[in-house]
Design a protein around this ligand. Structure first.
Ligand SMILES: [Fe+2]
Ligand SMILES: [Fe+2]
Length: 259
């Protein structure tokens, strides 16, 4: 089974960029399953609009994952009504959306699990007081068939320890959230693919795909980069943060970056 995974899609331009190429990428790599983290795909970079979720799914994405921005607008909460749109699993009940999905891919069963670390989730109002440690949620999760984890987190150490802990039980632990692609691609001894951060699918030239002027103005004014809010995604050449995995019997046998 060939799986393509795209890291944080940032803004409308990157969303359109990806949709335009999806079918070609699927065909070229003979992909059986395509997963994209779209927590920043909204035109303002905060969340995923329902229209975008529908367009990505119609365009060739099978499962959309999320992160700390999954609840940023009423539109993005609406997108979570779609069972193919995930947000981090590791929360207590009462938060909109779901954190895992089991689906058939050809004659194989795959479970996609979306997790997040405490640092990424610390300022998420929808999840205030509801955070559950990622590993605890993992142990309690239904994990049928081949398991692929989007681990949305800031902490390199936590991501690497989590991947080692579940080595052999997951086919892949793919880091998202920092938007900055990490160079080493690991296939751990038990067959778990691990990437600290897949990197964004988004515009280059800014700060994590966003404009920098507003952040810089805040920093210079008061030392708080968020004083004047969050700028919109910048317009610039799009970088493709994506990896390909070849998975056999729940283990990764090949891991490479798409360029
Ligand atoms: Fe992100
Ligand atoms: Fe994030």
């Amino acid at each position: 089974m060939i799986v393509l995974f795209f890291g944080d899609v940032v803004g409308q331009e990157a969303t359109e960029f990806l949709i335009k190429r999806l079918q070609q990428l699927r065909d070229h790599y003979r992909a059986d399953l395509v997963i994209a983290n779209a927590e920043n795909s909204a035109p303002d970079g905060l969340g995923t609009t329902a229209w975008q979720a529908d367009s990505l799914l119609a365009g060739g994405v099978d499962v959309i994952t999320g992160g700390n921005h999954s609840w940023d607008s009423p539109e993005s909460v609406l997108a979570l009504d779609n069972p193919r749109v995930l947000r981090p699993l590791n929360l207590t009940e009462g938060v909109p959306g779901r954190g895992s999905l089991t689906l058939d891919v050809g004659d194989e069963t795959v479970t996609v699990i979306n997790l997040a670390d405490a640092c990424a989730m610390k300022s998420v109002r929808a999840a205030a007081g509801r955070f559950v440690p990622a590993y605890q949620a993992w142990t309690e999760a239904t994990r049928t068939g081949t398991v692929i984890v989007d681990y949305h987190g800031d902490h390199v150490l936590e991501k690497q320890i989590f991947a080692r802990t579940v080595d052999g039980a997951a086919a892949a632990v793919l880091g998202t959230h920092t938007h900055e692609a990490t160079l080493p691609l690991h296939v751990l001894p038990g067959g778990t693919a691990f990437v600290t951060d897949v990197g964004m699918t988004g515009p280059t030239g800014g700060v994590q795909g966003f404009g920098y002027d507003v952040f810089v103005a805040g920093m210079r004014s008061s030392g708080n980069p968020f004083e004047f809010g969050i700028p919109r995604p910048i317009s610039g050449p799009i970088v493709l943060g994506a990896v390909l995995m070849e998975i056999e019997h729940g283990k990764t046998v090949r891991l490479e970056r798409l360029s």
